[in-house]
Write a new protein. Structure first.
Length: 284
């Protein structure tokens, strides 16, 4: 079976790259064509809509909202069980030193519906800011976010703190705080057409990649491998590995999705109609 899959070009998805490179899927008769999606979850949602992607590894909050708003897809499994640590980044030469100072400034976001977009609401809610009139600048990817900060087109940019660390060293932005998702951060999802065609293949794919994640985490030299592949310092990699776990045993996490959907509803990011019967809409 041939499938087109997308995901962010980040260390979270190294198990996919390793499984593809080492033939784990091919040995099961599955041919996966991986495409890096630097635009993140918003870009992958468009891929589902345009039928250019069959499977994707997306942020939980983004795909949940997309499906409840009518996207013809379903969640197959939780992929990364731990939360994402979103770094709060500001222009390097700015005077901002605390997140409290950023109320009423402009968020750089990759796309509407993306993680950086939805987490702006989570950030504002936690700070007690009004979420009615948040300001956004759509920048496409991490490089657009850095450009927006450098040119004062945005004053706050939320992105994975480890992937942005090299840019803080290069003085392209400054990290001042973090916002942590209150749910497992990544899930595997598929278009409904693919689910209808062969759900067992999707379960097999999920099993293969999570087994590869466990083997990767137990690999003696994994810190050096990730450091080399993603241009990250070894201390950063060690911290990230300590904070990150994949769904090694393919456990379901219903309470996590309760949190996600309730939060989206609380922030008026989904309607009451979209909220109703969400469990039937969401899962494969």
């Amino acid at each position: 079976m041939k499938l087109r899959i997308g995901g962010v070009p980040e260390h979270f998805n190294l198990p996919w790259k390793l499984a593809i490179e080492e033939g784990d899927f091919r040995n099961e008769g599955i041919e996966l064509h991986w495409t890096d999606m630097p635009g993140g979850t918003g870009q992958m949602l468009r891929g589902f809509e345009n039928n250019t992607l069959d499977v994707a590894v997306l942020l939980t909050e983004g795909i949940t909202r997309g499906i409840l708003q009518g996207l013809n897809a379903k969640i197959v499994d939780v992929y990364v069980t731990t939360p994402l640590h979103w770094g709060v980044h500001v222009p390097y030469d700015s005077s901002f030193t605390k997140i409290e100072e950023l109320e009423n400034t402009t968020f750089a976001i990759s796309r509407y519906g993306s993680g950086s977009h939805l987490m702006a609401y989570v950030c504002a809610d936690r700070m007690g800011w009004s979420t009615d009139n948040l300001k956004f600048n759509v920048i496409g990817d991490v490089y657009g976010g850095l450009w927006a900060l450098e040119n004062n087109e945005a004053q706050i940019f939320l992105w994975d703190k480890y992937m942005t660390h090299p840019y803080t060293v290069q003085k392209k932005c400054r990290y001042i705080d973090e916002v942590i998702t209150p749910w497992p951060c990544f899930v595997i999802a598929a278009r409904q057409e693919i689910i209808d065609r062969d759900p067992d293949v999707l379960r097999k794919i999920s099993k293969i990649v999570n087994e590869k994640a466990l083997a990767m985490k137990q690999e003696e030299h994994i810190v050096e491998i990730i450091s080399w592949r993603f241009n990250l310092g070894q201390n950063q990699v060690q911290n990230w590995l300590y904070e990150t776990d994949w769904n090694y045993k393919l456990i379901q996490y219903p309470l996590a999705f309760d949190q996600t959907v309730n939060y989206l509803s609380k922030l008026n990011l989904i309607t009451a109609e979209e909220f109703s019967d969400w469990r039937e809409k969401l899962f494969m």
